[in-house]
Each structure stands twice: as C-alpha cells, then as structure tokens.
Design a protein around this ligand. Structure first.
Ligand code: IZC
Ligand code: ZN
Length: 406
C-alpha cells in the first residue's frame, strides 16, 4: 500500500514527546524499534550509537501508541444517506428499522455482494483508518445473517487481515437483527444461530468474539444470554451492544457473563455501572454515534469515577456512524462527555487493547510490545483533540514498519 521506509532492522525515533499510555508523558525521548518490537524507550543519546539504525527526527512532534478501534461494522455494501435525511426530519432509528430500513437495508446489499466486492469496498475504509493513526481495528460481521453470508463476511475480514498492514480482530455478529425471512419465526433464527452458525464459525476459527445487538425490538436480554452462552461454550470471547437506545440491563448481562466489553451504554443505569465496576468488562463508548443520531451521550465521567475501564471506538457503520476519523471521536469524548485528553488517549489505546484481549501485545509504548505507533505533527498531545477534525498523523508505524507517511 505504501513504500516501506524500514523493512526490518532497527529504527530510532528521536526528540518527540512520548505518550506511553502507561506512565506520565515524557517530554523529549527516544523510541528504538527492533524488527516488529519496541526495544527501548526514553533514553536520549543512548541508542543513537547503534550501528545500522535508521532514524527519524521527530523533534517537536508527539509519539503515541497506534490507535485501536475496538468496535466497527466495517464490512458493508451500500450507504444509507436516505435514512440520515429522514432522521433529520424527525424519524427515529427504530421507526426506520421497523419499516424495513436500517440494518436490513444493508443486509440486502451485502447478500448480493461477493466476498471480493466486500473486500474492495473495505480497503479504502481501512486506508482512511490507517491515515488517522489507527493500527488495529475490531470488525464485526452482521450484515449477512445467513450461514453462507456471515462466513463470506468473516472470510473477507480474515483475508484483509492477512493483507495488512492493519490488524483486524474478527467478531461474529449474526445476532445483529432478525432477518426478514425469519420475521414470523424469531426463535427459528435464534436456533439457527445457536445450532448451526456459531458451531460452524467456531469450528472454522473465523471469529475471536461473538457480539449481540441486545435492544428493545432486536434481541431481548434472555435471547442475548442464550446466544452468548452458546458462544462462550464454544470458546469465543463475548461483547455486547448494551443499553444503547433503551435501558434493558445489557451492561449487567455483559458483566455477569464475563464479556470483554459492553458497548454504547447511552442508557446505562446505576446498577449497570456498579455491575461493570465489579467486573473486568470494559465499557466501550461510541460518542460518534450519539453525535450522528443527535441523542444524549454515555455517562463517561460517572463510569470513570466509579472505576470502570473506559474505551472509545468509532462504531464505523453505514447507518449510525459513517466515519473513520477516530481522533474526531476523541474530540467528541472531550467536549461532549468531559473526558480529559489523557483519558481519551488511554481509551483509544490501552483500554481498547484490553477490550480486545490484546493488552499484553499492543496498546502502549512498552519495551517488548509490538512496535505499533504514530508520530503526530502536533506540539502537545492535547492538540489531537483540541485542534479537532483534521488529520495530524505524520507517520504511522505498524509492526516496526512505516506504513503511512503524510
Ligand atoms: O447498520 O445500523 N446499531 N448496529 C447497531 C448498527 C447500529 C449498525 C447499523
Ligand atoms: Zn455497533
């Protein structure tokens, strides 16, 4: 996709402010990459003498871990600007879905698309993510809703992951909606999910996680529990679209089932917050969606103050958040949810890595971790969210290689 500046060997980044996501900012440090790993950090004047070390002068710039987007619906066909306009005129997301629009409108398009077409549609989206400093991205299926079409989407994710440079984490979201052919037999669709789709997808190792859209009119709390229980028995990790539009108790369910993440939480109750605080489940907030739907934001401050680990993600999808601009989502988290810039950066890196079960390998600048990082052309990390809506990424480095240069 881009010219490699460093194919292997060592790379030294000099003179930048470092935001490690683990410790306080380092004003002027150095980062040494060796192969695909971080070999040393913040040792000015030390590593420069290593032989065969290429170096990048990043004076006056900021280095952070590569951003991680832990909630996207990247595999889709078509677009839904008609619904966007209808919502501006007063229709709600649920009303549009009830008349056959919404998720099922995208399902019709995805079923007609081939795997190659889906991959071709996804590549420019991935490239936009990369240019905004995103180096790992969770991707859900969920617009196929038949065994064949869900496998087509999950295989597209696996093949895009193999192409690189972005790392993709696959999630099976067959429980995204009840497809039209099961409108009068929703239990039949749930049995299809549990008896056929989940076992086959687990057998083929096509998904790391199973997710469910737990929402009034979509999948109930009891249905969500049945589906997630089966997924857990098959060895999949769990995530949940929880308390997005109505307070159903999804956060409590996610916590009780040991889910990696409970997502959205616009309508989370105090009991839900307590349940998340008492569990290891990450709260993944998606302020771009609240912005795009024009609804109230999730209670980020309350979650943080009660000790819940908060991640932020884009929710990139054609219905409720068509964007790849993850730093802009971070700016929304600041201005609309009063998260501080440092909290936002942690939410977009280390906490997102935790939400994807990969915090041992990615999400912070630590010796031994994978060398995924971004050099931003800003004088201070707060500019990432303060000077909002534009792209500050100057170099994006994945597994030790420069994969994007501004
Ligand atoms: O296509 O509307 N909320 N899933 C759950 C979505 C939004 C995506 C869509
Ligand atoms: Zn979603």
């Amino acid at each position: 996709m881009f010219e490699d500046e460093a194919v292997s060997g060592s790379l030294l980044i000099r003179g930048a402010s470092l935001m490690t996501a683990r410790a306080d900012p380092v004003r002027c440090g150095e980062v040494l990459l060796s192969g695909d790993r971080l070999a040393a950090i913040a040792i000015p004047g030390h590593a420069t003498c290593l032989p065969n070390t290429e170096s990048i002068d990043a004076a006056g710039k900021v280095v952070t871990p590569g951003l991680i987007d832990c909630h996207t619906h990247l595999i889709f066909a078509g677009s839904r600007e008609d619904e966007f306009e209808q919502r501006l005129q007063g229709a709600t997301y649920q009303e549009i879905a009830a008349r056959g629009g919404g998720i099922n409108a995208t399902v019709q398009r995805v079923r007609r698309a081939s795997k190659e077409e889906l991959k071709a549609l996804a590549r420019p989206r991935l490239e936009r993510f990369l240019r905004f400093g995103v180096t790992t991205i969770e991707v859900k299926s969920g617009y196929g809703l038949t065994l064949v079409d869900e496998i087509k989407c999950l295989e597209a994710i696996a093949e895009l992951n193999a192409e690189g440079p972005l790392e993709l984490v696959p999630t099976f979201l067959g429980a995204h909606a009840v497809p039209p052919e099961f409108r009068n037999d929703r239990d039949g669709y749930i049995r299809l999910l549990i008896d056929e789709m989940l076992p086959e997808i687990a057998r083929r190792k096509l998904a790391s996680y199973c997710d469910v859209f737990c929402e009034t009119g979509v999948f109930s709390l009891a249905e969500s529990e049945r589906i997630l229980g089966r997924a857990r028995d098959l060895g999949l990790g769990l995530r949940l679209h929880a308390d997005e539009l109505t307070p159903l108790g999804g956060a409590e369910l996610a916590a009780r089932m040991g889910a990696a993440s409970a997502d959205h939480l616009l309508c989370i109750t105090d009991a839900g917050i307590d349940a998340l605080a008492a569990s290891g489940t990450v709260a993944t907030l998606l302020p771009g969606t609240a912005f795009f739907l024009g609804v109230d934001y999730a209670p980020a401050r309350k979650l943080i103050e009660r000790g819940v680990k908060v991640a932020l993600a884009s929710d990139c999808n054609p219905g409720t958040c068509p964007t790849e601009n993850l730093p802009l989502v971070g700016a929304m988290a600041c201005t609309q949810m009063k998260m501080l810039p440092a909290e936002v950066l942690t939410a977009l890196t280390l906490n997102a890595a935790t939400a994807l079960g990969r915090a041992d390998r990615i999400g912070s600048l630590e010796v031994g971790k994978q060398a995924d990082l971004v050099i931003w052309d800003v004088p201070d990390y707060r500019h990432l969210f303060y000077h909002f809506g534009v792209n500050h990424a100057w170099r994006v480095i994945k597994r030790g290689r420069v994969v994007y240069a501004a």
